[in-house]
Design a protein around this ligand. Sequence first.
Ligand code: AVJ
Ligand code: FE
Length: 436
Amino acid sequence: GHDTEALRERALATLLTARARTTLLTSCVEGPELTAQHSPLMSPLVWDLAHIGNQEEQWLLRAVAGHEAIRPEIDGIYDAFEHPRAERPNLPLLPPEEARRYAADVRGRALDVLERVAFEGTRLTEAAFAFGMIAQHEQQHDETMLITHQLRRGPRALTAPDPEPAAPFTGPAEVLVPGGPFTMGTSTEPWALDNERPAHRREVAPYHLDTTPVTNAAYQAFIEDGGYDDPRWWTAEGWDHARRTGLTAPLFWQRDGKQWLRRRFGVTEAVPPDEPVVHVCWYEADAYARWAGRRLPTEAEWEKAARHDPAGDRSRRYPWGDADPGPEHANLGQRHLRPAPAGSYPAGESPLGVRQLIGDVWEWTSSDFLPYPGFRAYPYQEYSAVFFGAEHKVLRGGAFGVDAVACRGTFRNWDYPVRRQIFAGFRTARSAAGDA
Ligand code: AVJ
Ligand code: FE
């Protein structure tokens, strides 16, 4: 029927978009650069490439379509739990040409399955979800590979146009989000991952939230004010970490006399004052907020600002409504290789006037990564469940390097509070007057 064809087309389109991006990220550098480890924090690019194919083989071909394993002997090599990133260059990885052929072989079979699968009844949800999950997984590794490209030394390999210049933002610095319950998470978004489910009511006290992400200029004021040398702004753990690792500025920044330069995808440039700050860890974001007399928003506060429609007491898919993200709404999908200036994307603002909640930079929240009430691991414990706990902080909203298929008002990312290579920035909040 009509639904089946629409699902098939959407799955096909998202798989093709993901593979085009994977191909770009793994063909813009020479072979030796694919097998090299550019940072102990990351895998060689050729590991990500074959891992994408291997997960697709396991989740789609074997689990959903019941196929025999094509190359069972390589499963272990591409198991992220068996081998931490630092170890991956020493594994007997498929060489670039073989990795490409393997991923293409798997994809060919997946597209055959897609042509034949009947998206009906229970199978509709399950099979359609499997394709959505595979496309999201590939896109997440594409973002990981983009991070590897940013860490890589050497001349520029990737190019993209800058965001369109936007009218300077003249709105207020913060908005008041009234207190009261809202619906957090989702039970209906077809491609939402297990950790975004189920929808549930959350009570949120009134708070003020920054209308835009914190800019480089604002962050520089924290630096110039001695923020990195003042333990008052840091948690004990953050202070200890900053001392031990010698933090003085965001990753990729270097001082040049009075000004700051940064390295971005192989090019050194002046730090643009009006762009959201990026490549700061949770401890830095948290310290900045305290210095500014504010705090990081909780995850629930972030989601209420992004989804709650005060007019209808309904949670929407995105700040602008229920429509899928377009280029007018948000800076997503590696269309640009940088965030857009703070205050860009008026068409993407929330009903209360909050901008850039989706796209540009991931936003650190104060919250630990925990399951929602009623959480059920699906399809694997290893997707989210094994990461729940206080050692991971939640990030929201996606970044310029995130594809729309892996970005929603409900989407939850998580990482260690020390991580700086990810495309993460933040915005700040404060509790409304009279509220503890
Ligand atoms: C959700 C980004 C934390 O990269 O570790 C990729 C996504 N899971 N393969 C990660 C993921 C399995 C995950 N993050
Ligand atoms: Fe993975």
